[in-house]
Write a protein of this length. Structure first.
Length: 725
């Protein structure tokens, strides 16, 4: 205290301040004066590489502000018609590293493929409407590009922009700084309110189909079959404190509140279209709506060959598509058949697939199957079947029933000398193995016999996994397909209670009708019983009166006692037999009316039980709310667009070794920092290994060239001149 005064009380342990000593501050001052446009993450990475220190970007920005070396945006001189650049201020020193320069590949691809005009065409055109005021001009294009490239920079939802301090998103949208959460969420809400989800989806599906449309060549065979499309359903759970429509989320094995997506892929696996519906929408309802939207939005021919998941295995659905000349390929559910005996015209099994060691693992045979139409009793839909027998997987087969007349049947497989289980020293042996059979995979189609054989039919279905399921797993899910956007809700009728109530009301109506019928039959049986009983009694009295008169006449004629007694006994036996015949009818009527009485009682009791269930159902009924899917449809469409953009970039500008690269493998290249050298006619971006993240890219793009401008604008991006090394 005597030497330093109050400064002696400062212990020097106040976090980041103790790390930035004067030598480090001097280096920071020199570095930032040499690269005034360097972003916080770039300076953070350089500091980590130079001194091995981890300092937060927020503290670095405070220190830079204190030193007077805050980030300075690049200087531009813009003029001329349309805002074209007429002159540039030449850089006085080597350009600094810019974060996310590798992502300009995606921006160049958007320009080359005509995505930017497609986005402009999808913007609502009513400029006088305040709800669409943000949907015009360069500002809205930049906002749409922000939504498009949100997942390309590692952000899942617009809320994540609140903590985003990088420069990659600003570079991709042609701005000095990226738009914040409020601006982006505002334009997304405006698009949802203006019902822009449908025109945006239609415009981008038109762009996607044009992007992957294959032009016919002279080498194509005449009369080639129409292309194959794949349809699948996907449900993403939505966690809400309100009850929303629920569906089975297969990968979680639970029924949850969710959104139901219907996805359409082409023969090469490119996602063409995705629609968003409420969570209880079945694939058999979503698929026709998706095909109708595809036909309405594009000028492509109708889909003629469709491969659909097992969920679409519904007889009425297949019959409706078959009537529309659409051949469907799917697989039977396990509860629709019982072994080979369920199929007709089963042909011989032939080899279909071998493993890497040359062993046969699958064989296939043609067959036919009559699929019952539930809405038309007695009618069937005849479908062709490719029976695939998987020799690697076995399922329990029909087991022989034990002979109940043979004692100790569990010892039948043993030698008679080994069946003395009751003796000391008897050794148990394993019981016989259960009979098994190779697993049967029945793949069905509504196509004609000449279109494809059994092997081609099986191959068409099995190709769905790498061309659709893997694309969903390797591209759409990493790009945030499961992320929800927009949670606005409107009260709707509780569909679950409505379905349950409809079932109970139907059962109650049946019970009421059956009870009425039982009463009518009871009355008839009661009257019939009374009639037969009275007839039996009347006939019995008549016959006995006649017998008494005859016996009395014999007695008056002084017939021997044994004579009239024998006559009476014989007549009594005949009378009893005749009356018993009439009584049998009465007893049968009695059993009938007792049965109808029991039925009526049971049906009346069931009505009371059903009414109690209906009242309990009404008491337990929860208010259901339906999600507004407009925002989610916009973002889902943009994610599908970004997937196609990444695939096109991979196919056009990456070497052949990246032909099957997924988003996870390409993402490090799009995250690479680089230096952008601005010239008068074009700009060159030189990217290097990332020092700001966990990049694993070892062969980054070596150089990229775009038209010159100190700030890259989406309208100025042209084709790339080199490919990744």
């Amino acid at each position: 205290m005597g030497e330093r005064g109050d400064a002696a009380l400062v212990d020097g342990r106040h976090g980041h301040a103790s790390k930035l000593h004067p030598p480090i501050r001097a280096w920071l001052d020199a570095y930032c004066r040499g690269a005034p446009s360097a972003s916080g993450p770039t300076v953070q990475a350089a500091l980590r590489e130079r001194f091995g220190l981890d300092v937060s970007v927020r503290h670095l920005n405070r220190v830079r502000a204190a030193l007077g070396v805050s980030k300075v945006p690049p200087r531009t001189s813009v003029g001329g018609a349309g805002g074209a650049a007429t002159s540039l201020v030449p850089p006085a020193r080597e350009p600094a590293w810019q974060e996310g320069a590798g992502g300009l590949l995606l921006l160049a691809a958007a320009h080359e493929t005509g995505l930017l005009p497609a986005l402009d065409a999808a913007i609502p055109c009513d400029r006088d409407d305040d709800s669409t005021a943000h949907a015009h001009g360069a500002r809205t294009r930049a906002l749409l590009l922000t939504l498009l490239f949100l997942n390309a920079v590692g952000l899942r939802r617009t809320w994540d922009l609140r903590g985003y301090v990088g420069d990659a998103l600003a570079l991709l949208t042609g701005r000095d700084r990226a738009y914040g959460y409020r601006h982006v969420e505002h334009v997304l809400s405006d698009l949802a309110r203006a019902s822009a989800a449908d025109p945006l989806t239609d415009a981008l599906v038109t762009w996607t189909i044009a992007l992957w449309r294959r032009r016919p060549t002279l080498a194509d065979p005449v009369g080639a079959p129409p292309p194959i499309f794949y349809i699948d359903g996907h449900r993403k759970p939505v966690y809400s404190d309100r009850l929303i429509p629920r569906g089975l989320v297969a990968r979680r094995g639970a029924v949850l509140g969710c959104r139901a997506l219907t996805l359409l892929h082409d023969a090469d696996g490119h996602p063409l279209l995705a629609t968003t519906d409420r969570g209880d929408t079945h694939l058999t309802m979503g698929a026709p709506a998706l095909l109708a939207r595809l036909a309405r939005a594009t000028d492509t021919p109708p889909v003629r060959r469709l491969v659909i998941d097992r969920e679409g295995m519904a007889a009425a659905f297949l019959a409706r598509l078959a009537d529309d000349d659409c051949d469907v390929v799917t697989v039977l559910r396990a509860d629709q058949y019982a072994g080979l005996a369920s199929f007709a015209d089963v042909g011989p099994f032939v080899p279909f697939q071998y493993d890497r060691d040359g062993a046969l693992v699958r064989e296939v045979a043609p067959a036919r199957f009559a699929l019952a139409l539930p809405d038309h009793p007695g009618e069937h839909l005849d479908v062709r079947v490719a029976l695939v027998r998987d020799l690697r997987a076995h399922v329990p087969g029909p087991q022989p029933s034990p002979n109940p007349h043979v004692p100790y049947a569990w010892l039948e497989d043993l030698d008679p000398t080994d069946t003395a289980w009751y003796r000391e020293g008897w050794t148990a042996t394993p019981a016989p193995a259960a009979l098994t059979a190779p697993k049967l995979i029945p793949i069905v189609t509504t196509a004609a016999d000449a279109d494809m054989d059994a092997a081609a039919l099986a191959r068409a279905y099995f190709d769905r996994w790498p061309r659709q399921e893997n694309i969903i797993k390797d591209w759409l899910l990493p790009l945030g397909l499961d992320t929800n956007h927009g949670y606005a809700k409107t009260p709707v009728e509780n569909s679950e209670v409505t379905k349950r109530r409809a079932v109970l009301e139907k059962r109650r109506a049946h019970a009421k009708r059956w009870a009425h019928g039982a009463r009518v039959r009871y009355d008839r049986a009661t009257k019939r019983y009374a009639r037969f009983w009275e007839a039996a009694r009347e006939r019995e009295r008549t016959l006995y009166d006649a017998m008494d008169r005859d016996v009395w006449d014999l007695q008056k004629r002084d017939a021997p006692e044994q004579v009239y007694r024998a006559e009476a006994k014989a007549r009594k036996a005949a009378i009893d037999a005749e009356v018993a015949t009439i009584l049998q009818r009465a007893y049968k009527a009695h059993d009938a009316y007792r049965a109808e009485w029991d039925k009526c009682e049971r049906y009346c009791k069931e009505q009371r039980t059903l009414l109690r269930e209906l009242e309990d159902l009404a008491a337990r009924e929860r208010a259901m709310h339906e999600l507004d899917n407009a925002k989610d449809q916009v973002m889902t469409t943009l994610k599908v667009t970004l997937t196609n953009l990444g695939m096109w970039t991979r196919d056009q500008w990456f070497p052949a070794t990246y032909a099957h690269a997924t988003w996870r493998r390409l993402e490090p290249f799009f995250r690479l920092p680089g230096r952008i050298v601005y010239g008068r006619r074009r700009s060159t971006s030189r990217c290097g290994p990332s020092t700001t993240g966990n990049s694993t890219a070892t062969s980054p793009p070596s150089a990229r060239r775009w038209p010159a401008r100190s700030r890259i604008s989406p309208t100025d991006v042209s084709s790339c001149s080199q490919s990744p090394a």
